[in-house]
Design a protein around this ligand. Structure first.
Ligand code: SF4
Length: 60
């Protein structure tokens, strides 16, 4: 099953993915990105592309 993963070394907590798909991505109070796996990964394709640091990826 395809899942969305975040490279925490690359994530700079910009919040762009959260703006694109708030039901999937949420920055917690410490600026750490929390990810809820979506039922359909096509929901997050735009957010994955929009990440300015390339921290997001879809993997099988
Ligand atoms: S868009 Fe990228 S850098 Fe910004 S919070 Fe999301 S994963 Fe982190």
């Amino acid at each position: 099953m395809t899942r969305v993963v975040v490279d925490r070394e690359r994530c700079m907590s910009s919040g762009i993915c959260e703006m694109e798909a708030p039901e999937v991505f949420e920055l917690d109070d410490d600026g750490v990105l929390q990810v809820r796996q979506p039922a359909d990964v096509s929901q997050v394709a735009t957010a994955v592309r929009a990440c300015p640091t390339g921290a997001l990826a879809l993997v099988d």
